[in-house]
Write a protein of this length. Structure first.
Length: 341
């Protein structure tokens, strides 16, 4: 169903140890040390991943510098970890996955704005960066021939049902008329999903590339669905203070210039691959073999996706309220609209 290439999974998981050697792109400095207050410094929380390529490309190509901005990048374990930092003025910006916890935080009074999108699924079953992988023996014996056959089965999701992966799973389950409530979800980090599939403790998983490709190469799983074109679970989030800051538009404009350096078909230039390799500590061959998300040239926010996330998580009881928040009050599209000016 998808492109198969031999990958070095050890290289793909080497991000953590390499961050300290990545130079100015990943500082890990105290996020409270400075801020987007006119000093030129903008504090950005991020999950070190090729998913957020526009950020690293824009930084490496000097686009933030041209706007008078110095980035202070703070690695995060999850988008949820950055929400209190945004609300407490410890971060100005976060590029990360959206979670049910973010909606709960908004409902509880914490303030921030979703101002842009990040990676968007290409919807290509042969070349998708995320897939619903099913244990091979279930495919081979005919137990699972479609998404609908996963009802009642256990699926591994990084972060659990309320994480970005939970929403992507919900989007794929919809193809078979299922919801998150129709399956058992096991909270497993992406690297732990292949061993769990192999030993039979889970029936399916939602890994991203290159882990999905590794499962297929090992012969332990096959993809049965991918998120449809346009699906996204990540975004660019500004703190309430930074929305009105002098540097806010310049930051977003530089970010869009980074996105515009990325190919629409997911096959990047050698320069882009080198930037990602240097920043993330991954080997170029691994990056070239791994399907990548696509990016809108203006990184416009996707309110329809936010509405779909909120609905999926309310239905799965991952959100503590039942009356949906007005997404219009969460989104500020003006930065994307002004980025071309």
């Amino acid at each position: 169903m998808r492109r198969r290439t031999v990958l070095s999974l050890a290289s793909a998981t080497a991000i953590g140890g390499a961050l300290a050697a990545c130079g100015s792109a990943v500082t890990g400095e105290d996020p409270a040390a400075s801020g987007g207050d006119g000093s030129g410094a903008v504090r950005v929380g991020h999950l070190p991943s090729a998913l957020f390529a526009p950020l690293y490309v824009a930084d490496s190509m000097g686009y933030f510098e041209e706007e008078g901005i110095t980035l202070e990048l703070t690695p995060l374990k999850s988008g949820q970890d950055g929400i209190p930092m945004l609300s407490n003025n410890q971060l100005d910006v976060m590029v990360a996955g959206v979670s049910a916890g973010m909606f709960n935080a908004l409902e509880q009074g914490l303030a921030f704005k979703v101002v842009g999108s990040m990676g968007i699924s290409p919807g290509d079953p042969e070349n998708s960066p995320t897939a619903l992988e099913v244990r091979q023996e279930l495919i081979d014996d005919g137990s699972v021939t479609s998404v609908a056959d996963l009802k009642g089965r256990t699926i591994g999701v990084a972060g659990g049902p309320g994480a970005t992966g939970g929403y992507l799973l919900a989007a794929m389950l919809e193809e078979g008329g299922l919801t998150l409530a129709d399956v058992e979800i096991s909270n497993l980090s992406t690297p732990d999903q292949e061993p769990a599939i192999t030993n039979g403790s889970i029936d399916a998983a939602t890994p991203s590339a290159p882990f999905s490709t590794s499962m297929e190469e090992a012969g332990v799983a096959s993809p049965i669905a991918v998120p449809k074109q346009g699906t996204t679970g990540t975004g660019v989030i500004f703190s309430e203070t930074f929305v009105g800051a002098e540097l806010a538009q310049g930051f977003f404009t530089a970010l869009t210039r980074g996105a515009q350096e990325l190919s629409a078909d997911g096959v990047q230039t050698d320069e882009v691959y080198q930037i990602l390799a240097d920043t993330l500590g991954q080997e170029i061959d691994v990056l070239k073999a791994s399907p990548m998300y696509t990016y809108l040239p203006d990184l416009a926010p996707q309110p329809d996706q936010l509405e779909a996330m909120q609905a999926a998580w309310i239905q799965a009881e991952q959100i503590t309220y039942t009356e949906p928040l007005d997404v219009a009050g969460i989104v500020d599209a003006s930065f994307a609209e002004n980025s071309a000016d």
